[in-house]
Design a protein around this ligand. Structure first.
Ligand code: G3I
Length: 336
C-alpha cells in the first residue's frame, strides 16, 4: 500500500500544481473537542518525515500505531519479541504527552508465518503473547484493542486460526489475559461495519454483554468508521453508536477515514468533493459529541495524510499529499 501511495505522490508532484485550500487557524484539532482526537501513526514516517511528525505532535492528543503493535511485528519468531518500534512509540508518546492506544492483540490477519505451523499449546501461546506485550507497557499504554474483527457480517463468529484452535473461548481468554497483565488498562473489542450493519452490531453486543455479565472486563467497543462520502447515513452512525453506549460500553470511533468514491483515478478532489468530505467529517464529529460524555473514548483518524493512507485512491484523510490541510481538517474543528 505504501508503494502505491508513493506512486500517487510522484504522479501528483509531476503532473499537477499544488492545490491550495482556504486555511483555518492552526490550533490543534483536539483543543476544539471535549474528547481525545487521535491519529494512527507509522513509526518510520514518524522518524523520518518532519511534516508528518509535526502534524502528529501539534494536532492530536492520542495515538494508535497503524501496524507496530500487531502480532507479526511484535513476535516475528516463536521465541523472539521485537520491541524496537513499540519502544520508540512509547517514548514518543511520553515525550509529547499523548495517550497511547494499543492495536491489536488478537487478530486473524498480520500474523507471522511460523504460527501456521505451530503445534504446541495454543492457550499458552495466547497467554504468553498477551502477557508479554501488555505487561511490558503496563505503565505506558492506556487502552488496548484486545480482539479485532472476530465477527462475520451476519453477527456470527468468524472462522479464524484462533477459533479453530481454541474455540469460542479464545475471546474470553484474551480479555482475561489482558486484564491480568494490566489491571488498569481499558479493554476494547474493535470491528468494521458496526456503524452500518445492525446484524453484525447485534452479534457483537450480545456476545460481549454475555461475557461482561460473567465477570470479564470489557470496557468499550471500537467502531472503525471506514466510511465513504455516501455510506452509511449519518443517522445510521448515530443510531449504532447510541446502541453501543446504551449497552454500557465506551465508544471509540477507532479508525476513521472518508473514502471519496468520486475520486477514482484522481490525485485531487474538486472543490465540491472536498466540501462534501468536510461535511462528512463534521457530521461524524458532531454526532460523536452528542453521545453521553461518560461513553466517549475519542475519535481516531486512520492516518495523517492521503499519501500515508491504506486506501490512498480514496483521498480519505485530513491532509493532502503535500501535507496541506484540507477542508476536512477545518471541519473537525467546527463542532456544533
Ligand atoms: O512492513 C512492510 C515493509 O517492510 C515492506 O517493504 C512493504 C512493501 O509493501 O510492506 C510493509 O508492510 C505493509 C504494512 O501495511 C506497513 O506499511 C503490509 O504489506 C500491509 O499489508 C500493511 O497494511 C496494513 C493493514 O492493516 C494490514 O492488514 C495497513 O497499513 C493498516 O492501515 C491496516 O489497518 C487495518 C487495521 O489494523 C484493522 N482494521 C482495518 C485497517 C485497514 O485495513
Amino acid at each position: 500500500m505504501k508503494k502505491i501511495s508513493l506512486y500517487f505522490s510522484l504522479f501528483s508532484l509531476l503532473s499537477c500544481s499544488k492545490q491550495t485550500f482556504t486555511a483555518c487557524d492552526q490550533s490543534s484539532i483536539y483543543s476544539h473537542a471535549t474528547f481525545p482526537v487521535g491519529v494512527a501513526v507509522d513509526v518510520s514516517e514518524l522518524k523520518t518525515n518532519s511534516q508528518y511528525r509535526s502534524i502528529v505532535i501539534n494536532q492530536f492528543n492520542s495515538i494508535t500505531a497503524e501496524n507496530a503493535f500487531k502480532f507479526l511485528h511484535v513476535q516475528p519468531d516463536i521465541n523472539r519479541y521485537d520491541w524496537e518500534e513499540t519502544d520508540y512509540l512509547v517514548d514518543f508518546a511520553k515525550q509529547y504527552n499523548k495517550r497511547l492506544h494499543g492495536h491489536t492483540l488478537v487478530w486473524h490477519s498480520q500474523l507471522p508465518s511460523w504460527i501456521y505451523g505451530f503445534t504446541g499449546n495454543w492457550k499458552e501461546l495466547l497467554r504468553d503473547h498477551i502477557t508479554q506485550e501488555v505487561g511490558r507497557y503496563k505503565q505506558d499504554i492506556f487502552s488496548w484493542d484486545v480482539v479485532n474483527e472476530a465477527f462475520n457480517e451476519d453477527g456470527t463468529l468468524r472462522s479464524t486460526i484462533w477459533l479453530d484452535h481454541l474455540g469460542v473461548d479464545y475471546i474470553r481468554l484474551a480479555f482475561e489475559f489482558a486484564h491480568t497483565a494490566n489491571l488498569e488498562a481499558k479493554l476494547f473489542y474493535n470491528d468494521y461495519n458496526l456503524e452500518s450493519n445492525p446484524a453484525k452490531l447485534k452479534g457483537v453486543i450480545d456476545f460481549l454483554t454475555h461475557l461482561k455479565a460473567s465477570g470479564i472486563q470489557i470496557d468499550g467497543i471500537g467502531m472503525q468508521m471506514h466510511i465513504t462520502n455516501t455510506f452509511p447515513s449519518i443517522n445510521q452512525v448515530a443510531e449504532a453508536s447510541k446502541t453501543i453506549a446504551d449497552a454500557g460500553f465506551l465508544v471509540h470511533f477507532s479508525e476513521m477515514d472518508v473514502y471519496m468514491n468520486t475520486a477514482d483515478g484522481k490525485t485531487f478532489l474538486s472543490k465540491s468533493e472536498l466540501q462534501e468530505q468536510a461535511n462528512r467529517y463534521a457530521s461524524v464529529f458532531t454526532t460523536y459529541s452528542q453521545l453521553n460524555e461518560k461513553n466517549q473514548f475519542g475519535i481516531t483518524i486512520w492516518g495523517v495524510s492521503d499519501a500515508d493512507s491504506w486506501i490512498p485512491a480514496g483521498l480519505p484523510l485530513l491532509f493532502d499529499y503535500s501535507y496541506e490541510q484540507k477542508p476536512a481538517y477545518c471541519a473537525c474543528k467546527s463542532l456544533k
